[in-house]
Design a protein around this ligand. Structure first.
Ligand code: ADP
Ligand code: MG
Length: 293
């Protein structure tokens, strides 16, 4: 169990980032269109099974563009499985099956004619354990663009530099780009390198599965800061078992449960500030106040 789970909910609550303004006036058609535009991802009745076993149960939610959604809940509640549906990583798991719709800008990524390679470029992924390739820092970042056919040396140099800058790693590595292996970096630097590698492929959405759980506290804060910066340009979905982290970085929090034979069930989703102070559901309250892990 993570350390903060014994803390009262009010202590977990940091700055509220209430981006959703509830408007009572009737919406104009224009406002409705703008609102639809702002939705980057939506899932409709998504259920995911491993063989007969249900891991995610009928989940419908939306993620606004340029926001951070945190998926929280006890171990085994289906967070990683659900995260993987956004770029069809579950396709790679034998026996996994996905039902329902997963839409990226209104298009169902489950459609058989969707290019999975292109989908995974648009929706990049960062894993729990940093996994740089056994090659130089430069080649790690240039890898994706090269595979997509970019051969122009100057363009690659530029892309490597901007990606490393965006990932807040440039200053630490700029003198060793070609000499140093990605594997020779510290854990926190490796994770930022992996983020730079994803950014170099020009994604729209970044999925992060417990991206800081293998890192020390200082590196963790670095990654959190970076996420807040990246949010200006990207839509981020993060799985975290660290509730303070969810409270610090995310705009919206979705709470999944394992309770009462409802494993993989989405208990509630809402603005992070509210979820951590005034949850609607007893199950959420018990979890955030540490009564149920
Ligand atoms: P979380 O990320 O919330 O800890 P997971 O999505 O990893 O949960 O797992 C949800 C459920 O699915 C768990 O019961 C887990 O054992 C099961 N599961 C996860 N991955 C696989 C797999 N590759 N094959 C079979 N069952 C799996
Ligand atoms: Mg997981």
């Amino acid at each position: 169990m993570s350390t903060g789970e014994e803390m009262p909910a009010t202590a977990i609550y940091t700055e509220p980032v209430l981006r959703r303004v509830e408007v009572a006036a009737p919406r104009t058609a224009e406002a409705a269109v703008a609102e639809a535009d702002a939705i980057k991802i939506s899932t409709e009745h998504v259920s995911i099974m491993y063989g007969e076993k249900v891991a995610v149960r009928d989940v419908s939610l939306t993620v606004e563009a340029r926001s951070i959604l945190a998926l929280i809940g006890p171990s085994g509640s289906g967070k990683s499985t659900f995260l993987r549906c956004f770029n069809r990583m579950n396709d790679l798991i034998p026996g996994a099956s996905v039902q329902g719709e997963v839409c990226l800008e209104g298009e169902n990524v489950m459609d058989p004619d969707v290019s999975v390679v292109e989908l995974r470029r648009r929706v990049g992924m960062v894993f729990q354990r940093p996994n740089p390739f056994p090659m130089s820092i430069y080649e790690n970042v240039a890898y994706g663009p090269r595979r997509r056919g970019q051969k122009d040396r100057r363009k690659l140099d530029e892309l490597v530099e901007t990606s490393l800058k965006r990932a807040a790693l440039w200053d630490e590595v700029k003198d060793d780009l070609r000499r140093k292996s990605g594997l020779a970096l510290s854990g926190g630097q490796q994770q930022r390198l992996c983020i730079a590698r994803v950014l170099a492929t020009d994604p729209e959405v970044i999925l992060m599965d417990e991206p800081a759980s293998a890192l020390d506290p200082v590196s963790t804060l670095r990654i959190e800061e970076l996420m807040r910066e990246l949010r200006e340009a990207y839509t981020i979905v993060i799985v975290t078992h660290n509730m303070q982290q969810a409270a610090r970085v995310s705009d919206v929090t979705a709470f999944f449960t394992m309770a009462e034979d409802r494993a993989g069930y989405l208990v509630e989703v809402g603005p992070t500030g509210r979820i951590f102070t005034r949850p609607n559901e007893r199950l959420t309250e018990d979890y955030i106040s540490g009564r149920f892990g």
